[in-house]
Design a protein around this ligand. Structure first.
Ligand code: GLP
Length: 244
């Protein structure tokens, strides 16, 4: 779907999330959200906070799993996705703390593999992800599934692409300070979500959106795997859609 601007598009995504949360709450069921970071979902979170404050949207029944986190990183550092999520969403809504899951960037390296397996198990035992929101990186990554990621990949430690580290350089005050690795949900983890929103704003995203949407399905552009998902929507502003 193509919207006039990112604001209108973000409202539409937030509305569908809110509706799912409310429907699940009525049935006494948890609503499991897969969440993303970066600039793209910020307005969706703003709108969810507004719905919480002004329209009594409750997050008591919401369970969240974030896509990814840099490795290693301290949760209180400026670029940490733990910090990002608290500042943009969790500190402003009534979600119980033990229902929030974000990959842990502070683990000892030898514990990461087991941790990732547990992350997968937790998603499964929560009932699977009802709605997954995604941004897209310049390499075509979703989460931090860089080119070469397999369709059936699971939560794991990955090495960041050079392009991704260059993109993150300004927020880390220099490319040399960008962590070389990250923990990310796999492509397979993401594809199991019942509903997916891939969002992109601005002309900078137009070339990779064209590849993701119209290109042949390939591990070289992991976002192309979404073409095979039965219930994935691509949510764009006009600028991001201009090469379609
Ligand atoms: C990072 C995140 C991705 C995100 C991408 C795009 O790499 N791990 O999940 O989609 O950045 O960021 P932005 O939304 O700021 O363009």
């Amino acid at each position: 779907a193509i919207f006039d601007d990112s604001q209108t598009a973000s409202l539409a995504v937030a509305q569908e999330i809110a509706e799912t949360i409310r429907n699940k709450a009525k049935k006494g069921e948890p609503c499991v959200l897969g969440l993303a970071t970066g600039s793209t979902p910020v307005k969706v979170y703003e709108e969810l906070v507004r719905l919480h404050r002004e329209e009594e949207l409750s997050f008591q029944n919401v369970v969240t799993f974030n896509l990814d986190e840099y490795f290693p990183i301290e949760p209180d550092s400026l670029q940490s996705y733990v910090r990002f999520m608290h500042e943009h969403l969790f500190d402003h809504i009534n979600i119980p703390k033990d229902q929030i899951h974000i990959p842990d960037g502070t683990l000892d390296e030898e514990k990461v593999e087991q941790y990732c397996q547990q992350y997968e198990k937790k998603i499964k035992s929560a009932g699977g992800i009802d709605i997954q929101i995604l941004g897209i990186g310049k390499t075509g990554h979703i989460g931090f599934n860089e080119p070469g990621s397999r369709k059936d990949s699971k939560t794991r430690l990955i090495t960041l692409d050079k392009v991704t580290r260059t993109d993150a350089a300004s927020s880390f005050f220099g490319e040399e300070y960008v962590p070389r690795r990250a923990i990310t949900m796999g492509v397979g983890t993401i594809l199991k979500a019942k509903r997916i929103f891939l969002m992109a704003w601005g002309e900078g995203k137009a070339p990779i959106i064209r590849e993701a949407v119209e290109g042949e399905i390939t591990e070289t552009v992991p976002a192309t795997y979404l073409q095979e998902h039965p219930n994935a929507a691509v949510i764009l502003d006009e600028a991001a859609a201009e090469q379609l």
